[in-house]
Design a protein around this ligand. Structure first.
Ligand SMILES: *Cc1c(COP(=O)(O)O)cnc(C)c1O
Length: 473
């Protein structure tokens, strides 16, 4: 076995670069550095393979010529040019999936970004007077109109909204919260820690499952600035529970001259109960019941970009807008362009439900889900005979700390392979291009049409066919 002969035959970086450039001539230009790095990496790995070969057979199977290596170089270049943040197919049925970018934006929001972000715009210019304007002006009126709030402010996200509310109104003072609401969301939003950053002291009252008005009353002292309610987004204490109603908290806050802050988390702007979904509190109701300030996210059930909304009493919202932290937490033009477009859809709630993907997905009727599941199942069967494919009744989740624990009935495509275990199939789908994210249930892979977008119905069958055609390990 003469390895040195093989190593001598190995194409040089220069020869490969010449060949690669000839190939590229007609196509779009690949930056030279990417081409050279890719070629070096391919040549290095082939050299390693030659050195590691254990017998003549293995050695003979290693290609060393330019024509052998060029396809590997092209693959390597493709990988290096591929954006890191890219589209994935969400077949999990979790509508607001934080790991998958939360709510997909409606077309109108993308148009809004496209119209304004590549050119100059009136972000902070009042065109009528020619003077400096407020970036909030593009969304404040809409938020007031849709929710009936006295005043509105938009910041970077809901965590920022809570931080700003505490910094502006409870710094160095006490905030009373029920133990049942000391939430932790995705390991990153821990209410006690946000309060600490806001300079407020947390006073916990009641027990995890029961907090009464009298518990709040007893905790109020000289230093109390605020009563706070937080939506227990992704957990729910079930069974023997008692929560104090917002209206009662409001009367107590008024009596004691305190601010009542309601962190709604998801902040849905339409009444979901009308669509057969579990009730989710809206900011409008919260304000009507007496909250002085309400905060919620832009990219959960609202279905827009990442943002944090603050609604409430004029002087309280104004004080937050003037606070030095507001500058650090302000939203950027992409966010505002998208948010304005999404909020405009809410002027007609029917249009909002049709056009905003998160709402459209959540309100899909059962028979439509079944039809979509059957269509996808048929396409996967036609793409390859390898898989055993069924349509089964299942449950979707809204996700994103909204409609906690609500199982929403759906129809899913359930797939098994005689050759691959469910974990292997899940992994192959995740490593496909585009990646497909699925759930595993009872040793089968589940694809929920609730969260699929039109293009996904073309891609998924093709990716299953590619997996069926790929050699097993
Ligand atoms: C999601 C959530 C937050 C954090 O909101 P972001 O927009 O992700 O910062 C805060 N409070 C509650 C109750 C939530 O559900």
């Amino acid at each position: 076995m003469d390895k040195s002969e093989y190593l001598r035959r190995l194409s040089s970086v220069n020869d490969l670069l010449l060949a690669f450039n000839r190939l590229q001539a007609a196509a779009e230009e690949v930056p030279r550095q990417i081409a050279v790095e890719s070629i070096r990496s391919v040549v290095d790995s082939v050299r390693e393979a030659i050195r590691a070969a254990r017998d003549e057979m293995e050695l003979k199977s290693i290609g060393t010529g330019v024509e052998d290596l060029l396809p590997l170089v092209e693959e390597e270049v493709r990988e290096r040019l591929r954006p890191c943040l890219r589209r994935v197919i969400n077949a999990t049925g979790v509508v607001i999936h934080t790991n998958l970018g939360r709510s997909p934006l409606p077309r109108q929001a993308l148009d809004g970004i496209a119209r304004t972000a590549g050119c100059y715009n009136n972000l902070e210019l009042d065109l009528d007077t020619g003077r400096r304007g407020s970036r909030q002006a593009h969304v404040e009126g809409l938020l007031r109109e849709i929710t009936g709030a006295e005043a509105a402010l938009v910041v970077n996200n809901n965590a920022a909204a809570v931080l700003l509310a505490l910094s502006a109104h409870a710094k160095g003072r006490e905030v009373v919260v029920s133990r049942g609401q000391l939430i932790e969301i995705g390991g990153s939003f821990r209410l006690p820690e946000v309060m600490e950053q806001g300079g407020a002291r947390l006073v916990e009252v009641g027990t995890t499952n029961r907090t009464r008005l009298e518990d709040y009353r007893a905790a109020i002292g000289e230093d109390t600035a605020m009563l706070m309610r937080a939506h227990p987004s992704n957990f729910r204490v079930v069974g023997f529970t008692e929560e104090t109603a917002l209206g009662e908290l409001s009367s107590l806050a008024q009596e004691k001259g305190l601010i009542l802050l309601d962190d709604l988390g998801s902040g849905v702007l339409i009444e979901l109960a009308g669509y057969g979904l579990p009730d989710e509190p809206t900011p409008t109701r919260s304000l009507e019941e007496g909250a002085d300030l309400v905060t919620f996210s832009g990219d959960k059930l609202l279905g827009g970009p990442q943002a944090g909304m603050v609604l409430g009493r004029e002087e309280l919202v104004r004080a937050m807008a003037r606070h030095p932290l507001a500058r650090a937490l302000r939203p950027d033009k992409l966010t505002l362009a998208a948010l304005e477009a999404v909020l405009r859809l809410y002027l007609d709630p029917g249009q909002a439900v049709r056009e905003i993907p998160a709402l459209a997905m959540l309100t899909l009727p059962g028979d439509e889900l079944k039809r979509r599941a059957s269509r996808l199942a048929g396409r996967i069967r036609r793409a390859s005979g390898e898989f055993e494919v069924r349509v089964v009744p299942e449950n979707s989740r809204s996700g994103g700390g909204s409609l906690p624990l609500a199982d929403i009935p759906t129809w899913a495509v359930s797939v098994a392979s005689p050759r691959l275990g469910p974990d292997e199939l899940e992994e192959k789908l995740r490593l496909s291009e585009p990646p497909v994210l699925v759930r595993i249930r009872e040793d089968r892979v589940l694809l929920d049409p609730r969260t699929l977008l039109p293009q996904d119905y073309e891609d998924i069958p093709r990716l299953f066919a590619a997996i069926a055609a790929s050699p097993g390990e």
